[in-house]
Design a protein around this ligand. Structure first.
Ligand code: NAP
Length: 324
């Protein structure tokens, strides 16, 4: 193409990424960092060659139907793609890319943080201390559950699921069971300390903690429903750093309230940034605001991947991390 591609960015990005974008493209940066609605996304697609969006931008079929449309590619800043209607993108011949891999370690780290905080009641403890209610060390104060040596179930043995397994098994001496859709080689399972199980149900029956690492798809939405939660042993824990809609909130909240579950550690919610407000009243729930990949290093690396994909597309090269 003649001249530099015009790239519109929907959200603020780390300063180093915004600067690099300016060096490569005719870039329009977000000033106020607000979440765009469908008309704003439609307008952007009619005014740019590439849209650099994030997982907070919901790009459904209606957005693609915008006319006239100028954009030929969408680079999504994130690995999950449930916010984009990929079939509609393909139908409109729009290339879509994501930023996998560079956020694996940090998302696995925050998963372990949630395991630790939930089982060790760290949120409750901090709230008590900040409220001035701490009366000092005593043998029965805020007793949690031991993490080391417990059995962890990983659902979705992809990049993040395997990275969590490795940390849990080799770092915390946990027995790790894993269930995934595709078959994983025995070498990979051994390298990450995972014992495979044949079904999700078999995994749920054996673990003390279940951690979700699947993408949100029609197949996985609501996978942690009331009957599956009932299969967990009494006092078990649910950790979700994948996507909020994998969990049936009514079922999870009921199991936390009636004591079947010992606790839940959540980084993601259906309908973010809104969440079922009943979670806020549950001491045994540790709640993070979608922080999985939120480190400077990772967000800068995600930006670099997006820049590489956009540059390759407009240079006519093979586009890295192309999903459509
Ligand atoms: P990935 O490498 O593609 O791993 C996903 C795994 O889930 C794959 O092994 C996949 O199997 C498996 N899977 C898909 N459907 C399944 C099903 N129905 N039952 C069991 N397993 C199933 O992706 P990733 O990089 O690990 O990321 C995983 C997800 O984490 C993302 O999609 C995103 O939603 C979420 N995430 C959250 C954060 C955060 O900030 N909290 C950050 C990054 C990512 P196949 O190989 O058969 O497809």
């Amino acid at each position: 193409m003649n001249g530099r591609p015009r790239v519109i960015v929907t959200r603020r990005l780390p300063a180093a990424v915004e600067q690099a974008l300016g060096e490569h493209f005719d870039v329009v940066l977000s000033r106020d960092d607000h979440q765009w609605n469908p008309p704003e996304l439609q307008r952007a697609l009619s005014e740019c060659d590439a849209l650099l969006c994030t997982i907070s931008d919901r790009i459904g079929a209606g957005v693609f139907a915008a006319s006239p449309r100028r954009a030929r590619m969408i680079a999504s800043f994130g690995v999950g793609l449930d916010h984009i209607d990929l079939e509609a993108a393909a139908a409109h011949e729009i290339v879509v890319t994501n930023t996998p891999g560079v956020l694996t370690d940090c998302t696995a780290d925050i998963t372990m943080a949630l395991v630790l905080e939930t089982l060790r009641r760290a949120g409750e403890g901090e709230r008590e201390l900040r409220a001035g209610r701490w009366t000092g060390w005593r043998p029965t104060h805020l007793l949690g559950r031991k993490v080391t040596g417990r059995t962890l179930g990983i659902v979705g043995l992809g990049r993040i699921g395997l990275a969590v397994a490795r940390r849990a098994h080799f770092g915390f001496g946990m027995r790790v069971l894993g269930f995934s859709r595709s078959t994983i080689s025995s070498e990979t399972l051994a390298e990450h300390g995972v014992e495979p199980v044949a079904s999700l149900e078999a995994l749920l029956a054996e673990v003390d903690i279940v951690s979700l690492h699947c993408p949100s798809t029609p197949e996985t939405r609501g996978m942690m429903n009331a009957s599956r939660i009932a299969m967990l042993k009494p006092g078990s824990f649910v950790i979700n750093t994948a996507r909020g809609d994998l969990v049936d909130d009514d079922a999870l909240i009921a199991a936390l309230i009636n004591g079947h579950l010992g606790g839940a550690g959540l980084d993601v919610y259906a309908g973010e940034p809104h969440l079922d407000r009943r979670y806020l009243g549950l001491e045994q729930a540790v709640l993070l605001p979608h922080l999985g990949s939120a480190t400077r290093e990772t967000r800068e690396a995600m930006g670099q991947l997006a820049i590489q994909s956009i540059s390759a597309f407009f240079a006519g090269d093979v586009v890295p991390n192309r999903v459509v």
